[in-house]
Design a protein around this ligand. Sequence first.
Ligand code: NDP
Ligand code: MG
Length: 334
Amino acid sequence: MTAKIYYDNDADLSLLKDKTIAILGYGSQGHAQAQNLRDSGCNVIVGQRPGSANYDLAVQHGFEPLPIDEATSRGDLVNMLLPDEVQSDIYHSQIRENLEPGNILMCSHGFNIHFGQIAPPEGVDALLVAPKGPGHLVRSEYEKGGGVPALIAMSEGASEETKQLGLAYAKGIGGTRGGVIETTIAEETETDLFGEQVVLCGGVSELVKAAFEVLVEAGYQPEMAYFECLHELKLIVDLFYEGGLSYMRYSVSNTAEYGDYSRGPRIITDETRVEMRKILLEIQNGDFAREWILENKAGAPGFLARRRRDRNLQIEQVGQRLRSLMTWIDAKNV
Ligand code: NDP
Ligand code: MG
């Protein structure tokens, strides 16, 4: 099954002419989507709580941020660009009662809708338009005349009009310049969680940490271990990004390529695949969602403890020092 992909000619921006788009949250996605839509000629209002840097940024960008409930009442399309773990509380206290039949409730990640934390009221369709990249890229690519690819999905039973408005919205943020893939809220949510847990965040971090620790335990200098196991990963990922596995293998030495074929499968084994399938099942059956929702209800003690512990790892200390010496890196410290 190949995906249905929409481009600029498949979307009609004029459908949004008489609509007001309320962007709730002016963070990574909010600031990018709001500005791109405005530059595309759409009527955009911003709902953002006062007292934060994001509020000031919205003002600096020429918006007049409203309280979330007010922005919701004024919006025809209402996009929740708020952190996933606070969306449900904000939805029930400030959004739900201000939605009217015919409005469209939007998001850029389906977690809360798919796992039943947010159920749009009668007459309100749910619509997901999710850029496949961070907000700063969504903005900078749009400004260059390009666009980050995006996903589109609707709640079951959503109208054809909702889909057309979704495609127009995707065009407004630049998504149809890169291609907009049609998916379902379930597929977007489940694959997004799987990717971040198994590869992008969980898998890669643990791989890097473990390899660093093995080298240091064996008596190698931590600085060497840092360069080999973390720093150089970027060079490899850039090659993947430009030309897939084959291009990476074409670019590295034959020795590295032989090591890849002969040793890689000993690191990612059948046992790893079994665990990957278990993780996928926990996502599909809601176990992961329940765990994360309850963790947040309890004030996220386990999450915060893990964050504290990992910030003090040796690889983090060594890396911070080395990065500060590499002047071409825009070094960041959290
Ligand atoms: P950010 O954390 O960057 O921004 C969150 C926004 O919500 C900020 O404006 C923040 O305001 C506001 N906010 C946070 N907590 C509260 C609260 N308790 N009450 C009121 N406002 C609050 O979020 P993202 O842009 O990263 O994520 C938004 C959505 O986009 C999520 O669903 C995410 O999954 C999705 N997404 C994100 C991507 C990314 O790369 N970042 C990529 C694709 C999808 P304040 O400054 O006042 O805290
Ligand atoms: Mg993702």
